[in-house]
Design a protein around this ligand. Structure first.
Ligand code: KDG
Length: 301
């Protein structure tokens, strides 16, 4: 069995470095939080399988080739007829980004519980998988219930789900979670008014640990009521913020699955995210475990 299973939808990614308009040049790649996170997990040393539906067409073949190139196990990907989900982004190193989705009714959003095997390792899923369809949300619930190490990244996208819906996903999945990784303030404020209260609320709902990502303030970690902090690692090069959070979640899940303690997994996740912003697009730069370890150490000393 693979060490880590990542559920979600892989999207076609078109990135521009200028505003999105008629005549804008774009760069073709593949992304989606599930792909970004699975790439980071594989790079962090875990045998990582993607659980997703991919269109059974030429572009789907290219997409799968990229999945394989990233070292991700694609043997459980289900090929179906239907449309690709796509997003276009105008990447801006300062963080001001523009996103356009073309994904409603995509083949990938048909992910369903029947795509989830009964025997699982660690599982990583996000609020995007929960938001794309009811069947995909059920697939996440099934995988969460079957896994001994379920990690949930809320990844709230208001254009896919409203605040009440995103909060409900947090409540429903907390009882299964080894770890939840909400961002402060936008995601944690869905359930509480302060960072500490958000952690406590999620743990009272059943999550064993919470890693609250607070941007420049670093990560607030709550493991069974014990709070600690992990500082950010400055990025050596900033090109595009897309996928940094996914890189964090994928790396942390991989390292937990491979037996690191939570604080160490978080430190490596922070370092991986910091390196990931050096490339254009969600998987434009996927650092190796050696690079991630060196980057984490450079900052601690
Ligand atoms: O986290 C990066 C993602 O937002 C990007 O890859 C697109 O998956 C995507 C989404 O649904 O927003």
């Amino acid at each position: 069995t693979p060490d880590v299973f990542v559920l979600g939808e892989v999207l076609v990614e078109l990135t521009a470095t200028e505003p999105l308009d008629s005549g804008t040049s774009m760069r073709l790649a593949f992304s989606g939080d599930a792909l970004n996170a699975a790439a980071a997990s594989a790079a962090a040393g875990a045998h990582t399988a993607l659980l997703a539906r991919v269109p059974d067409d030429d572009l789907g073949d290219r997409l799968l080739a990229r999945v394989n190139d990233l070292g991700i196990d694609s043997s459980r990907v289900v090929r179906v007829s239907g449309q690709h989900g796509l997003y276009m982004q105008h990447a801006d190193p300062t963080g001001g980004r523009e996103f356009l989705y073309v994904r409603k009714g995509s083949a990938g959003s048909g992910l369903s519980p029947e795509d989830v095997p009964d025997k699982l390792g660690a599982v990583l899923a996000s609020g995007i998988a929960c938001a794309i369809s009811e069947s995909a949300a059920q697939a996440v619930r099934k995988a969460a219930a079957l896994s001994a190490c379920f990690v949930y990244d809320p990844n709230w996208r208001p254009r896919l789900v409203d605040a009440a819906g995103a909060a409900e996903h947090l409540r429903v999945l907390a009882p299964y979670a080894r770890l939840m990784t909400p961002a402060w303030p936008q995601e944690a404020q869905l359930i509480a008014d302060t960072p500490e209260a958000a952690c406590t609320t999620l743990r009272q709902l059943g999550a064993r640990a919470v890693a609250l990502t607070r941007g420049a303030e670093g990560v607030l970690l709550d493991e069974g009521g014990e709070f600690s902090e992990v500082p950010v690692v400055p990025a050596p090069r900033v090109v595009d913020q897309t996928g940094a959070g996914d890189s964090f979640a994928g790396t942390v899940t991989a390292r937990l699955a491979l037996g690191d303690d939570l604080a160490q997994a978080i430190r490596l996740g922070v370092a991986a995210a910091s390196l990931s912003v050096g490339g254009l697009g969600g998987t434009g730069y996927v650092a190796t475990l050696e690079e991630v370890r060196a980057h984490a150490l450079a900052v601690r000393s």
